[in-house]
Design a protein around this ligand. Sequence first.
Ligand code: ATP
Length: 219
Amino acid sequence: MRIIGIFGGTFDPIHCGHLETARHVYTTLGLDHVRFVLSARPPHRVAPVAPVDDRTQMLRLAVENEAGFVVDDREQQRRGPSYTVWTLRSLRAELPQQPLALLLGADAFLKLDTWFCWQQILALTHLIVLPRPGSSVAYVADAWYRDALSIDVCELERVSAGRIYVSNTPLIDVSASSIREKIGAHENASADVPDAVWAYIQQHGLYGCAANSRHEHAV
Ligand code: ATP
């Protein structure tokens, strides 16, 4: 059975680092599709800068024309903190046999043991780790990690959860915080986000950008 990818994030805003890595994994691993799950109320970090409705709109604009990408809004529909384990439990209840794989940047993976009920996560899903500048999983020595590592995509398709696959996605040096900083400093961050997302940021004056009534590309 083909794997469904789950890409969770604050997406404040969604950017090329998310999209290019997801495209690479979708294509190279032959995923069924990738579900982008916006963390409405992220419990493990400071509150997002943009309101949840704006982050959702940007996410929708970014994925609407991408084959194989869909938005899953269950964390907005649910009350309380956006714990990933709750999202995975609800997906697992809908798809009991389906291989699921949570896509995680290496920085997020290295903090996994701080997440709520983190030990249950691997029982519910595979993990696909995306290399990210400044974070390496090469020296992770924990037994649970070493025991779960797999280099065989077919193995991830045969079982529904429990394996960790480190993807060979190219390093993409873009982060939402660097984009917010650039915009706050009135620099052009248009290359870091899809055109429609850049237009939305400008139209709505997000991240300290002066609001435009119509879209103008910064130069
Ligand atoms: P911020 O800079 O605000 O912390 P971010 O760029 O890390 O944001 P998030 O929405 O918090 O974006 O990230 C969602 C997921 O995407 C996380 O697992 C994160 O590690 C991963 N991710 C984000 N950017 C990249 C990137 N450039 N390459 C690989 N993974 C990434």
